[in-house]
Design a protein around this ligand. Structure first.
Ligand code: ADP
Length: 448
């Protein structure tokens, strides 16, 4: 028991003793007992009144004078109050520092509530998104930022995705991301990417212009070399080999230039694939025929398993280019006598094109980088087989227009599977079927 409680109990005990002594000396027990208890209650009430006045004043001044247990109670409350004030000051300093930091941030940050209503935003958000602190707080963000791509993104965004939209500040471009946190809250971050976009545009224009400028001279060099080879006789036979080399290398450069131009077209065309139905099975039949010719002496077994009724919306030339790249890779990298299987089928997840081969496979660490331009697992083998190093980059760009990604499954020595997955939205509904509904469970018929 604390010292103060012992003192208080002593005080009570002494009072009771005095009451007993008075009773023995003067009789009248109830009179003295009532007097003692009355005095005790009055003292208690006076202390409570002092406490109440002190607390209602915010307990900021020194505590009321008191001894014993009451003095201790006042002292403990005073200490608690001091500690809480200190914590409050620290918190205010942290909030101030946070606000200063977010104000200095060049990126816009907006805190959104469960109904996408604006709860807080920093200075940059005011500038880049055109928000006004006085009038826009509490408003839904899609009532203020009306760009259609942004509204669509706000409703259907997935983790890690971002959207580009015009900035409210001098016609720049913003890249917007939304990160969920806490209790149904979201943090919207918008970054000005105008400069980066200008640089990207300059790079794309440069590559497109250089490729375009080189195409004509290279075609001339290649054509001349071919004519000279044809005109070789016994006097100029020594020229045949260097001329053949010139012709082969200029043809290789022309292939690279063609791929670079295709990539540049894919990058600059932002219109999205038109919703023209493409008869994929027929296209794959022609790609398979070309693959058999390319395979030539390597004698691969090339199988096509395609659903003849499964069509998708898109651009035929781009799909042809993507699928053909995957198939020609399989032919070029699969050794003599190997097997290559092309599958085109549909399930609940949408339409799928897969190319599997029994080639050498690809070590795991290379797989994430395969779609980078000029990335090759084995540079020598790629050049020797006539590769430009741009095939999978083209596939990636074509697929991005269908909001799809290239799926690669491969293991060293166990062949590879390259797959393109198209969501059900791209599947052309069969006659009598509701539009944009996935057709499930098709088993691909075999077409040797
Ligand atoms: P390339 O013109 O060099 O083939 P790609 O972009 O088409 O360029 O392919 C990138 C690299 O991926 C290739 O250099 C090759 O190393 C690897 N690759 C692609 N397809 C296959 C495959 N079917 N089997 C093994 N490796 C492959």
């Amino acid at each position: 028991m604390s010292r103060f409680w012992t003192e208080e109990l002593w005080r009570l005990g002494l009072g009771l003793l005095a009451t007993l002594v008075a009773w023995v000396l003067f009789g009248e027990f109830f009179l003295f007992a009532t007097l003692f208890l009355g005095l005790y209650v009055v003292r208690l009430l006076l202390r409570l009144r002092a406490l109440e006045r002190w607390l209602s004043g915010g307990a900021r001044r020194d505590p009321p004078e008191a001894t014993g247990i009451w003095g201790e109670i006042f002292h403990q409350i005073y200490l608690l109050q001091r500690r809480s004030l200190k914590r409050q000051r620290k918190l205010t300093a942290v909030v101030n520092r946070f606000q200063e930091a977010t104000s200095a941030m060049p990126d816009a940050a907006v805190v959104l509530g469960s109904n996408d209503e604006i709860q807080w935003f920093n200075d940059a958000a005011g500038l880049l998104l055109g928000l006004n602190w006085a009038s826009d707080r509490g408003q839904r963000i899609d009532n203020l930022v009306r760009f259609p791509g942004f509204i669509e993104f706000l409703r259907h965004h997935k983790a890690g995705e971002s959207v580009l939209m015009p900035s409210a500040d001098q016609g720049g471009t913003l890249s917007v991301r939304i990160v969920p946190y806490g209790n149904d809250q979201q943090l919207l971050i918008a970054r000005d990417v105008s400069q980066q976009q200008r640089l990207d545009q300059m790079r794309q224009d440069f590559v497109a212009n250089v490729s375009h400028e080189l195409r004509t001279p290279l075609t001339v060099v290649s054509g001349c070399a071919e004519t000279l080879i044809e005109d070789c006789d016994e006097h100029t036979e020594g020229w045949r080999r260097p001329l053949t080399l010139i012709q082969q290398q200029s043809a290789r450069m022309l292939n690279i230039i063609q791929d670079l131009l295709l990539l540049s077209t894919l990058e600059t065309d932002r219109s999205g694939p038109p919703r023209e139905p493409v008869a994929v099975a027929a296209m794959l039949a022609s790609i398979t025929e070309d693959a058999r010719i390319l395979s030539g002496e390597k004698g691969h077994t090339i199988r096509l398993e395609a659903d003849p009724e499964l069509d998708i919306y898109g651009v035929e030339s781009q799909l042809h280019s993507a699928f053909n790249n995957l198939v020609s890779n399989a032919v070029r990298y699969t050794p003599k006598g190997g097997e290559i299987t092309l599958r085109w089928y549909c399930d609940e997840q949408g339409a799928h094109f897969e190319v599997s081969d029994t080639g050498p496979g690809i070590p795991e660490e290379h797989i994430p980088r395969l779609t980078e331009r000029f990335y090759r697992v084995d540079v020598g083998r790629s050049r020797q087989s006539g590769g430009t190093g741009l095939g999978l980059a083209i596939v990636k760009h074509v697929l991005s227009r269908y909001r799809s990604q290239l799926r690669v499954e491969s293991a060293c020595g166990h062949g590879s599977t390259f797959a393109c997955d198209f969501s059900p939205d791209w599947v052309v509904p069969a006659a009598g079927e509701a539009p944009q509904v996935a057709r499930g469970g098709h088993t691909p018929p075999v077409r040797a």
